[in-house]
Design a protein around this ligand. Structure first.
Ligand code: NAP
Length: 347
């Protein structure tokens, strides 16, 4: 298997086209399983790991920070911190006051504390990429539709947040900054403020992108290319749904959507109908449905890295191997036909 690499934004860092997602570690996966996943991924060319202070998922006080701790212990054991491009995130406004004893805002006090805690858990003195997990202001993310403007919202100004991030870049605690769950407006504002005030510029945008949600293509894909801040695609399998394993009303034991019924984004009736059609295309072309879905993402020019998630070693192998799958024009045409019929059933 030959891993491919892409530049992270306008930096000189080469990141693997497959990034290892981590959010199941500490909930669905044990520390030993996390170690096994990291070992295998690194042996197979992955040099990019994505985590967050918030993880494990679903977020809970008891598991808060566990994922980062596992990664930190792995670095300690392997002594390989400098071989990995490590990305983490600071949580935005959430109502989860157990994180820092107060509302988690994207201000100086919160970001400083969050980063200090992440570095401690990760047993490192720097992050390669530090991402704002979601915006502080009220806007559309995590599947929210229909924009309702709230005049009474009191967001931390983007400029203030960017200045805090710029200071910690200067201190050498983080190398580069990125955003997540952002809108085109937020991304462009941050880029413009950085240019005007000579502050750190975002190098990546981590948003959902999969066959059931290609809304990224509408506004953000162009920004990714023109502004050199590529997509780090998350939930590339729509929480596993695109493997087809929930079709025909099946609820596989220990699978995320069986365990956590509150995650409904990828199992609405139209998403299920589209998944049926994507799985059919895969089968007719002797492709594994999960690999077909991942290969579609891997080939996009605006994607810097595809953040895969796995709870078993078989899944991990299958997902990393997607880099060897090239979809031919006939398959892509069929995929586009399904997309046109029902664009973005799981926005
Ligand atoms: P995903 O690819 O949509 O879902 C991964 C899950 O699907 C796995 O945990 C596994 O769950 C199942 N799965 C994976 N490969 C499979 C296969 N080959 N066949 C069948 N089932 C398979 O990705 P995700 O976990 O949602 O996201 C990946 C990473 O992106 C996360 O770990 C995290 O680093 C990042 N992320 C970021 C955000 C954000 O807000 N920035 C949000 C979500 C994720 P089961 O075994 O339980 O079915």
């Amino acid at each position: 298997m030959t891993m491919q690499f892409k530049k992270l934004g306008n930096t000189s860092i080469d990141v693997s086209l497959i990034c290892l997602g981590t959010m199941t570690w500490g909930e669905q996966n044990t520390k030993e399983e996390a170690f096994e996943q990291m070992n295998y991924a690194v042996e197979n060319g992955v040099n990019f790991i994505d985590t967050a202070e918030l993880y494990a998922v679903p977020p809970k006080e008891e598991t808060y920070g566990l994922t980062e701790s596992y990664i930190g212990e792995w670095f300690e054991q392997k002594k390989n911190r400098n071989k990995i491009i490590l990305a983490s995130k600071v949580a935005g406004r959430s109502g989860m006051k157990w994180m820092r004893g107060e509302e988690s805002r994207l201000d100086k006090k919160n970001i400083t504390k969050a980063l200090e805690n992440s570095l401690k858990r990760l047993k490192t003195d720097y992050l390669d990429l530090y991402q704002l997990h979601w915006p502080d202001r009220k806007t559309n993310f995590f599947g929210q539709l229909g924009y309702e403007h709230d005049e009474n919202d009191d967001p931390i100004p983007l400029e203030e947040t960017l200045e805090v991030l710029n200071d910690i870049v200067k201190k050498g605690l983080i190398r580069y900054i990125g955003i997540s769950n952002e809108t085109p407006w937020g991304a462009m504002q941050l880029i413009k403020i950085a240019e005007k005030k000579k502050l750190a510029k975002i190098v990546s945008i981590q948003n959902p992108y999969n066959l059931l949600n290609r809304s990224y293509e509408i506004g953000l894909a162009e920004i990714s290319i023109r502004e050199k801040c590529g997509l780090l695609a998350y939930s590339p399998l729509g929480f596993g749904a695109l493997s087809g394993k929930y079709l025909n009303n099946q609820w596989p034991e220990k699978a995320r959507l069986t365990l956590f019924k509150e995650f409904t984004r990828y199992l609405n009736p139209i998403a299920i109908k589209c998944t049926e059609e994507y799985v059919k295309i895969a089968k007719e072309n002797n492709l594994n449905p999960a690999q077909m879905s991942l290969a579609y993402i891997n080939a996009k020019s605006f994607v810097t890295s595809n953040i895969i998630g796995a709870t078993t070693m078989d899944q991990l192998k299958e997902n990393i191997e997607s880099i060897n799958v090239k979809l031919d024009e006939k398959v892509i045409k069929k995929i586009e036909e399904v997309h046109k019929q029902n664009p973005n059933p799981s926005p």
